[in-house]
Write a protein that binds this ligand. Structure first.
Ligand code: MN
Length: 139
C-alpha cells in the first residue's frame, strides 16, 4: 500500500526524476506537473497528501501557485513545501509568505529529505485525527 500521494510541481525533469526515485523507493506514490498552472489544476483534481513545489517555472511560478493553492478551500489544507534551489533566505521567506508550509533545499540529500516528507505527512495525519478519542491511537 502506498504511504501517500505526493504531487511534485517541477519544470526540470532531472530534478523530478531524482525526487521521484527517492520517494517511490520509500513507498510513496508520485505524480508530476511541470508548471504552476498545471500544478494548481492537478492539486484540485487529485487531492494529494503533500505538494512539493519548485519556485522558478514557466507559465506560473511557484510563489503564485502557492498563493492560489492556499487561497482555495479545496486545496488550502494540503501541506505545501517549496522545493527550491534558491540559497537566498529572502527567496525562502517569499515562499513562506506566499503560503508554503515549509521548504526543501536543492540539491536533495536523501535522509534529511525523507525526514521532512514524513514530518509533513504526519502533521496532516494528526490534523485529520484530532477528533478521534485518545484510545484510538493506542490500539
Ligand atoms: Mn525550475
Amino acid at each position: 500500500m502506498s504511504k501517500g500521494n505526493i504531487l511534485i510541481v517541477e519544470d526540470n525533469i532531472d530534478n523530478y526524476e531524482l525526487v521521484r526515485f527517492i520517494l517511490e523507493r520509500a513507498g510513496y506514490e508520485v505524480f508530476l506537473a511541470m508548471n504552476g498552472r498545471d500544478g494548481v489544476a492537478a492539486a484540485r483534481l487529485q487531492k494529494p497528501d503533500l505538494i512539493l513545489m519548485d519556485l522558478t517555472m514557466p507559465e506560473m511560478d511557484g510563489w503564485r501557485a502557492a498563493e492560489k493553492l492556499k487561497g482555495d478551500d479545496a486545496t488550502k489544507s494540503i501541506p505545501l513545501y517549496a522545493l527550491t534551489a534558491h540559497a537566498l533566505p529572502s527567496e525562502r521567506k517569499r515562499a513562506l509568505e506566499a503560503g508554503c508550509d515549509g521548504y526543501v533545499s536543492k540539491p536533495i540529500h536523501m535522509a534529511g529529505f525523507l525526514e521532512v516528507i514524513e514530518n509533513a505527512l504526519s502533521k496532516k495525519e494528526k490534523k485529520k485525527n484530532t477528533k478521534l478519542p485518545r484510545n484510538q491511537f493506542m490500539r
